[in-house]
Design a protein around this ligand. Sequence first.
Ligand code: ZN
Length: 331
Amino acid sequence: MSTNFHRAAHTRPQTHRADDQRLIGVFDENRRGPLIIMIGGIHGNEKAGLKALEYLIKMLEVEHITNEAFQFTGRLIAIRGNIQAQKVNKRYINRDLNRMFRNDLLQTVLTKEERTAEEKELVEIIDFIKNSIADYHPDEIFVLDLHTTTAAGGIFTIINDSPEALEISLDLKAPVIEGFLRGIKGTILHYLNADNVHQNCTALCFEAGQHEDPLSVNRCIAAAVNFLSSVGAVEKLHIEPRHHRILHEYAAGHPIHSRLIYTHKIVEGDQFRMEPGFQNFDPIHENQLLANDINGPIYAPSTGLIVMPHYQEQGEDGFFIVEPLSDKVIG
Ligand SMILES: [Zn+2]
């Protein structure tokens, strides 16, 4: 067994007594650098990210056996998102956890004696991240949040407004969508900013493809490995080209850089039903029939590309429309 395992075990943050289930693993070779936090399963039915992070930690632990020159700079902490929803393989129990990372909501939750499943998860995750930061005192923090979608056909990265996030995302070799966070509220990406964690924090979310597609795990691994090199934890020369290829091939033909132009919100009780057959990045035209609900047919308000068409029971977003920012496509 690689000695890193023992080092990793030693450097495991000591402050998280109550919440061992949260931690997938820590990797740290005592070379100071960025703190990298990777999260899987913030939606409980999205298991690919969890599997990928378990594999990534193991892969890092044995890397020295085949690659003596390998060096890791900084500390990687891989954590589980909505643990209670993961146990029942649902997106969430009471409420979408990845819409709850709001300071106003957190303040209310902190005053409650009895908390719902997601309220507990919210408090524990924020606590865990803050403890991890206090434990390491990093100069830089990078976060990668791994997801999958109900629809097939397309991987992409969602970023906040930091220029560094755009640079890193473009380096991952997956399409980047800007402005997504203006279409939704309360994701963990919204929360992880300088106001809340008191230092610069570059956070992005990677959508790896369809929930049940076994290759979504490979794409999460590829994105995570590329991310480690983009943020400077691992030198590029140690990254096998297959990790770039996996993402590049799957995203071929999709725009490198686009921005969100429309979000369709689902209101409880409106019986939203997407028209069948849409995949991520399918082109749509203005006035095309996209879905139906209790008020009748829903037509596209503009021409563009559809992203995350909603084919599951739980969730608040029906579909998103993006427009390419340039003619450049992947591949
Ligand atoms: Zn998700």
